[in-house]
Design a protein around this ligand. Structure first.
Ligand code: ADP
Ligand code: MG
Length: 768
């Protein structure tokens, strides 16, 4: 009964999608203006566009600009997409439907209404490609466009952000926002106030990558405690002093392990509140020692640790693990610690997007994450129908008992399609699988290309050829690649390939979310092309063994290992739903830990803005230290210098205190979590109780933070040598970081607190 009720509730809560009726009603009006617009000169079109702010008008001039600028007259459905974007929704439009142009028309429309638009692209390559591709349309519409990439200079960035429309990856925008965070003069600021953001591949940015922190760090040095802990961790023995769980995601100190560590640390009690830092550091050192493997998780090159990303199969150059972990691995390998630096500030993509008063986006798969989009961003989804109906044939799953049988069947399927000349795209779940499969295909005489190119542009070129007759392409992660697969490739005969049945997509296993399966499938059958898709699975696939571990042995298995019983097929869907539910829970949980700190961050930044742009700093000091101000004025220190001194001192104290606050928040979070695992009285404390505890303690820390900043500011103002020529900040003990750098935190390989809490709970239940 309760199971049924839960299901009904889930059904009722499933967010519907927005109605298109209002948009559709505008189309005749748009069509009615087409002929007259066609008569205008380019100059007249631009002039008209500048005065057009109504929805139908924006679409009509946009259509004409698309036709002239690109030779592509936007289809009605593309205009429906534009209208959804202009209404602040996420437009779901299948791959190849022409979202780039729909988005451009919406961006121009927002500009006409007085806004400034950031188009968030998936990567630098696409930011540049799309901005340049759409430029002729924007020119005709009389709006300016620019893009930003990793190599852009501060001056180029400053200018780009001041264009009407600026294309950039979420990372680059985030890094600029973070760097601005340290500006000591208003003229150093690079970014502008956030206004409208239009997000391409919105589900990937807003859901999959939403909680990855972007970090700004500055140099400080000093990693000794980490090295000490690495030595201690290195002395502990598996099984005796610590246990590793089956999935190799967690290490637990045993009692005797804890005793040894406590002795080594001078007889402390590791689980006492005061020793949270030590417990955290030891735990991180143990993770580095026991769970991260050289040449699998990372490689050591030129005396540095470089991370290997399993899903993308590349050395991820700009990525680091969360700081303590990175330092712990360096200590384990006996490397000189790279400056982990002090985290000066960090922001998640979710928080970055939430800064914009208006957000909208587009993607091939939005409905499946409708719940998250609404919950975390207040966004509605509009489902835009395809221009021509999709005729792709999606076959039912082929399920095998063993992985080996599955692989054999995949090779046979590729062989058959290839013999007929039909292009095949194989989607795998990780790079290791891609490589294994590619090797098998080559052995079977089937030449294939594996997508693991070093850069996005190269990758795009390979994807573009995946539809050529006879092509076999093996890839992980088709999500967010942004390149469209035309039948025949870029130069071949599309008609010939269409006759063979179009592109065949073969999924070698279901992803952890059906949305990713759909993205892979969606690579075939674009714009009404023929095509097909099929997934090959086995009961040994990781999704099933982890998310449905108790699945019964399949009852009906034929001679080549293929499973036909309905129960087993149901299990696959069930496992995927479990994985999706867990991912949502993790997202929710992680976000809850972020909410308070984001609020605090906003309060600090508001204050900082006041100090940076106005005389707030001096005003405040005049109130708190009137004597000192009078004294300095008396010594003839002019008001501009005094005001600048107050500003510099206030900003230094504030930034330093914020960095310390962030560090405290991080260790508080980790520590509370470890404490809840360590104390057997609270085995269910995995999620809610620690969150309340965390929020309570963080609020308390922050209440002290404000007082602390003003105390420090006053003290420094008393002490600092301020003369008519300027202020000696260093003399007053204030330092600005000598260098700063930015990076993306690689997802913690051991999962989130939530994942660990689940495991703690199941261990507890298991023990009883
Ligand atoms: P999406 O981002 O939706 O996958 P793209 O914006 O990459 O799709 O466009 C896919 C292809 O369709 C591109 O080659 C583009 O030139 C083409 N295209 C887009 N709109 C039109 C149109 N109205 N008429 C003809 N071709 C179009
Ligand atoms: Mg696209």
């Amino acid at each position: 009964m309760s199971g049924l009720r839960a299901r009904v509730r889930r059904f009722l809560q499933k967010p519907g999608s927005a109605s298109l009726a209002g948009y559709q009603a505008l189309l005749p009006d748009v069509a009615g203006r087409e002929e007259a617009l066609g008569q205008l000169t380019d100059g007249e079109l631009t002039t008209l566009a500048r005065d057009t702010i109504d929805d139908a008008g924006i679409c009509a001039v946009g259509r004409e600009a698309g036709r002239r600028g690109l030779g592509e007259r936007p289809f009605d459905v593309q205009l429906l997409g534009t209208l959804a974007l202009l209404a602040g929704q996420v437009a779901e439009m299948a791959t190849g439907e022409g979202k780039t142009l729909s988005g451009a028309l919406a961006a121009a429309g927002y500009v006409r209404r007085g806004h400034q638009v950031h188009v968030m692209s998936v990567n630098d390559y696409l930011a540049r490609r799309d901005a340049e591709w759409m430029r002729p349309v924007y020119d005709l519409l009389g709006v300016t466009v620019a893009w930003i990439g990793q190599g852009s200079t501060p001056e180029e960035r400053r200018q780009a952000y001041r264009a009407d429309i600026c294309y950039a990856s979420a990372n680059e925008i985030g890094f600029d926002v973070l760097r601005d965070r340290l500006a000591v003069a208003a003229t150093d600021l690079v970014t502008v106030d956030p206004d409208v953001v239009l997000i391409d591949e919105a589900d990937s940015v807003l859901v999959d990558e939403a909680l990855i922190p972007l970090v700004l760090a500055g140099s400080v040095g000093d990693t000794d405690p980490v090295q000490d802990m690495a030595l201690i961790a290195g002395r502990l023995l598996p099984r005796l002093h610590y246990e590793v769980d089956d999935e190799r995601r967690n290490v637990f100190l045993t009692d005797s392990g804890a005793r040894i560590a406590e002795q080594a640390l001078g007889g402390i009690d590791l689980y006492a509140e005061d020793n949270l830092d030590a417990l955290t550091q030891l735990n991180v050192a143990l993770h580095a020692q026991a769970l991260l493997q050289r040449d699998v998780d990372y490689i050591v090159r030129d005396g540095r640790i470089q991370l290997v990303s399993a899903s993308r199969g590349r050395v991820a150059r700009l990525q680091r693990w969360p700081d303590g972990l990175q330092a712990a691995v360096e200590a384990k390998e006996g490397l000189r610690a790279t400056e982990s630096g002090e985290i000066l500030d960090s922001i998640t993509i979710q928080a970055l997007v939430r800064r914009y008063p208006v957000a909208c986006g587009m993607t091939g798969t939005a409905v499946a994450v409708g719940e998250q989009l609404r919950e975390f961003y207040g966004l509605e989804v509009a489902v835009i129908p395809p221009n021509r109906p999709c005729v792709r044939q999606d076959d039912p799953d082929r399920l095998y008992r063993h992985a080996a049988d599955k692989e054999e069947a995949v090779v046979a399927e590729v062989d058959t399609a290839h013999a007929a000349g039909r292009p095949v795209l194989l989607g795998t779940l990780d790079v290791a699988e891609s490589e294994r499969l590619a090797a098998r295909l080559v052995l079977a005489g089937l030449p294939c290309v594996v997508l693991n190119a070093k850069n996005d542009a190269e990758e795009a070129a390979i994807v573009a050829e995946a539809g050529a007759a006879g092509a076999i392409t093996v890839s992980t992660q088709m999500a967010g690649r942004g390149t469209d697969i035309r039948l025949g490739g870029t130069s071949g005969d599309g008609g010939e390939v269409a006759e063979l049945g179009g592109l065949l997509v073969i999924g070698v296993g279901r992803h952890a979310s059906s949305r990713l399966d759909d993205q892979l499938r969606g690579r075939s059958g674009r714009q009404g092309d023929p095509g097909g898709s099929v997934f090959y699975l086995s009961m040994e696939d990781e999704l099933i063994t982890t998310c449905a571990p108790d699945a019964a042995r399949p009852a009906e298995v034929d001679a080549d290992g293929r499973v036909s019983d309905a129960k087993a097929h149901w299990t696959v869907g069930h496992a995927q739903r479990v994985a999706e539910g867990t991912a949502l829970q993790i997202h929710r949980d992680t976000w809850r830990y972020n909410v308070l700190i984001e609020d605090q961050r906003r309060a600090v930044l508001d204050y900082r803005d006041q100090a940076l742009n106005f005389d707030a700093a001096l005003d405040e000091l005049e109130e708190s230290s009137p004597d000192r101000v009078a004294e300095l004025r008396g010594a003839g220190v002019p008001d501009e210098v005094l005001s600048e001194a107050a500003r510099q001192i206030t900003l230094s104290c504030l930034d330093q205190a914020w960095a310390e606050h962030l560090a405290q928040a991080a260790s508080l979070r980790e520590g509370i979590h470890l404490r809840s695992l360590g104390s057997s009285s609270n085995p269910f404390g995995g999620s809610l109780v620690p969150l309340q505890e965390f929020n309570r303690e963080l609020t308390e820390l922050f209440s002290r933070f404000t007082a602390e900043v003003s105390d420090r500011t006053v003290a420094a103002f008393q002490e600092a040598k301020i003369t008519e020529t300027g202020t000696d900040l260093a003399g007053a003990g204030l330092k600005r970081p000598s260098a700063t750098w930015t990076y993306v935190v690689q997802e913690n390989p051991f999962g989130t607190d939530f994942g660990r809490a689940v495991q703690a709970i199941s261990r507890f239940l298991g023990r009883r």
